[in-house]
Design a protein around this ligand. Structure first.
Ligand code: IPE
Ligand code: IPE
Ligand code: MG
Length: 271
């Protein structure tokens, strides 16, 4: 049993969905079959996140660097992406999900753009959850794009160099339009970021799972959230442990204060 608190959910979760190739290789199958199985995990996780009430989910599906993989694998990934968007279209629209995409979308082939663009448009007014697919995405590329935009504004005289600050960069990062990621999960056992959401990661909580992406189940998502909820985020400030010690009277009053709300909304979840 995994316990997740209903009030303290991460608002924005990012996932580095890694391990498809190894999942297939372990079974003596082609890497592409791992990607196919991986798209079933995407469906599971999107549904579970929507049910929990997560506001924003960003999935790292294809990096700018992944284009250098063998053509056969890249083509298969694009085809699977198309199939995923086609098969999930109704579910996305029926469940109030806004489907968005970030990255160098101009590099995506027409087979993807012809299904991605209409779904982005048709779901644009939805606000239950924003599902962002990072496609042909790179965190460094995103930072460079934001810097280039600002440089153009300075060159045009629309902004002074002194006004190029942390917020100005932030405002030009499509990945952060839904807010900074609170929790970033990487599956597949590697402990690295691989060019995902670099700027927004500043104060994200990181969770590494050894499960290969095709094996990642609802329960694994709940465990990641439960782990997030057990942590103290300090954002550079002093933590609770450093807060002033309560006097005996204050401590008694604190003890007596009603706390039932938190326990009443504990969600008991099994994967
Ligand atoms: C993640 O799985 C999917 C993509 C990067 C597109 P991988 O294909 O990287 O799988 P492994 O890491 O080789 O097992
Ligand atoms: C990160 O995985 C990219 C995606 C999950 C889309 P990679 O498999 O490409 O990353 P590395 O090569 O292990 O760093
Ligand atoms: Mg990988």
């Amino acid at each position: 049993m995994v316990y997740v608190e209903a009030q303290n959910l991460p608002s924005h979760i990012g996932i580095i969905m890694d391990g498809n190739g190894r999942w297939a290789q372990l079974r003596g199958r082609e890497r592409v079959e791992g990607h196919r199985e991986g798209s079933k995990a995407v469906r599971r996780v999107v549904r579970a996140a929507r049910r929990l009430g997560i506001r924003a989910l960003t999935l790292y599906a294809f990096s700018e660097q992944n284009w250098a993989r063998p053509d056969l694998e890249v083509d298969a990934l694009m085809q699977l992406l198309r199939e995923f968007l086609l098969s999930e279209r109704d579910d996305i629209l029926d469940n109030g999900i806004r489907l968005n995409a970030i990255g160098n979308l101009g590099r995506l082939p027409a087979v993807v753009r012809t299904v991605l663009d209409p779904l982005r448009k048709d779901s644009a007014g939805h606000d239950e959850m924003t599902l962002t697919l990072a496609l042909s995405y790179g965190g460094r590329e995103e930072i460079a794009n934001a810097a280039r935009e600002l440089a153009r504004e300075v060159a045009a005289g629309a902004r002074s160099a002194e006004d190029v600050d942390e917020q100005a960069l932030h405002a030009r990062m499509p990945s952060l339009a839904v807010g900074d990621p609170d929790l970033v999960i990487r599956t597949g056992g590697e402990r690295r970021i691989s060019n995902f959401l670099l700027y927004g990661l500043a104060y994200a909580e990181l969770h590494f799972s050894d499960a290969l992406w095709p094996d990642f189940a609802e329960r694994d998502l709940y465990e990641a959230i439960a782990s997030f909820q057990g942590r103290e985020r300090r954002f550079g400030l002093v933590g609770k442990a450093a807060a002033p010690v309560l006097t005996e009277g204050e401590a008694a009053a604190d003890e007596a204060a009603p706390r039932s709300e938190a326990s009443a909304t504990l969600l008991r979840l099994v994967g």
